[in-house]
Design a protein around this ligand. Structure first.
Ligand code: UGA
Length: 436
């Protein structure tokens, strides 16, 4: 059993803290936001993540997981302190904003007592660990402190499973004493045969950005191939299968769609470009990925307008799915934002359904009517657009939907319906990269 303190109860901190406690470690989660801590103590989760509330409840009950606003108390006896605070894109220049990481580091330095491993779990640009180490040396001179990097590879909506069954764990440290603690922390995974890869700290920091940039590239690649499929009359789903069966390419992350969104890919690709720029080593492929993806989200609005005959003034569009992907309530950089904006700019009225995202969506969308079920989104609308592939949309009663729509236009930006099924139901059906 290790004593772990997690600084920051955002997405990464909370999921990681809950999972570590489930491994049997003693975990204290610290956050400055007293209201959030109070809610967590009452069992109320600040985010929607399947299975998280039950995991937290079980471990709180077992006495392995607790919450506090008192950073110093949490840090004093810890074997390891994880920094999992936010690193948003800095306004204006796209650099990762590290002020929360450094502020937390300064407070930790003041509170450390015995041997402690400080772990950056937040996604931080190369060299951040060096700066955290400098802060520790200055703030806690002579103390036995090791600073290492341990990026996370969790997907929202599947975070607990990703945490417990990772493809790999990456730990950036060259100090044997720190490796020992990290091995003990991740021992349950080690036994499950998830490899732990130890690297130099800067390498580990870069692995995180390289992984996300590569995945964003894979998605963007297949999205452009999808456009080509439309032009030449090919089917992108078959192309994905055809190339994905090659083990060197791999089948995952080859689903064409409206462009990637979320809190990670857009932010991390930009931050990688900034680092590349700082070191005068451009990564042109990632530059292109960022541009192509931005343009794609806007283009999806035009695709819908075209499917509706080119003029949407005075028309109503029903949207199914607002969040950037299913099983989350996260609206950050969601493609739905660009699609809805384009439709509204062209004079359409929008009503929308989302199983979990309405509360967040209401904060960022204007003049959108939110409806309680998918059929209400179709009722009286001139077109229905699937933007996010929630399971709840995968087996809709197409005949009923068609009956509710004023005109039977269905735009499926996630390719979740077979073309023949949609056409047999009488829809004028448009999807992505399937030649229809
Ligand atoms: C992503 C990575 O997958 C995680 O490994 C990483 O830890 C995380 O970022 C992070 O840096 O914190 P996440 O943003 O939660 O996770 O979501 P993904 O499932 O990766 O999806 C990202 C976007 O790509 C979504 O908009 C999704 O719809 C889109 N996508 C994904 C596609 O359009 N096609 C695909 O084939 C896959």
């Amino acid at each position: 059993m290790m004593r772990i303190t997690m600084i920051g109860t955002g997405y990464v901190g909370l999921v990681s803290g809950a999972c570590f406690s489930d491994f049997g470690h003693d975990v204290i989660c610290v956050d400055k936001d007293a209201a959030k801590i109070e809610k967590l103590e009452a069992g109320v989760m600040p985010i929607y993540e399947p299975g998280l509330d039950a995991l937290v409840a079980t471990n709180v009950k077992a006495g392995r997981l607790s919450f506090t606003t008192d950073l110093a108390a949490g840090v004093a006896d810890a074997d390891a302190v994880f920094i999992a605070v936010g690193t948003p894109s800095r306004r204006g220049d796209g650099h990762a904003d590290l002020s929360y990481v450094y502020a937390a580091s300064e407070e930790i330095a003041k509170a450390v007592k015995g041997k402690t491993v400080i772990v950056t779990k937040s996604t931080v640009p190369v060299g951040t660990g060096d700066e955290v180490e400098r802060i520790m040396r200055e703030g806690a001179p002579g103390k036995e402190i090791y600073v290492c990097s341990n990026p996370e590879f969790l997907r929202e909506g599947a975070a607990i499973d990703d945490f417990k069954r990772p493809d790999r764990v990456v730990v950036g440290t060259e100090e044997e004493a720190a490796k020992e603690v990290m091995r003990a922390i991740y021992r349950p995974l080690y036994l499950n045969r998830s490899p732990i890869l130890f690297t130099a700290r800067r390498t580990s920091e870069l692995i995180k950005y390289a992984a996300n940039a590569f995945l964003a590239t894979k998605i963007t690649f297949i999205n452009e191939i999808a456009d080509l499929c439309e032009a030449v009359g090919a089917n992108v789903q078959d192309v994905s299968r055809g190339i994905g069966l090659d083990g060197r390419i791999g089948a995952k992350f080859l689903h064409a769609g409206p462009g990637y969104g979320g809190s990670c890919f857009p932010k991390d690709t930009l931050a990688l470009l900034k680092t590349a720029d700082d070191y005068d080593t451009p990564v042109r492929i990632v530059e292109a990925v960022v541009q192509v993806n931005d343009a794609r989200k806007r283009a999806m609005g035009r695709k819908v307008i075209k499917a509706m005959g080119g003029d949407v003034r005075g028309k109503t569009v029903g949207i199914l799915g607002l969040t950037f992907k299913p099983n989350t309530d996260d609206m950050r950089d969601a493609p739905s934002l660009a699609v809805i904006q384009a439709l509204q700019d062209a004079g359409a009225t929008v009503k929308a359904h989302d199983p979990e995202g309405v509360e967040q969506a209401a904060k960022v969308l204007k003049d959108v009517e939110f409806v309680a079920d998918p059929y209400a989104a179709a009722d009286g609308a001139d077109a229905l657009v699937i933007v996010t592939e929630w399971d709840a949309y995968r087996a809709l009663d197409l005949a009923r939907l068609k009956g509710l729509l004023k005109t039977p236009v269905l735009v499926d930006l996630r390719n979740i319906y077979p073309i023949d099924e949609a056409e047999k139901a009488g829809f004028d059906y448009t999807s992505v990269g399937r030649g229809n």
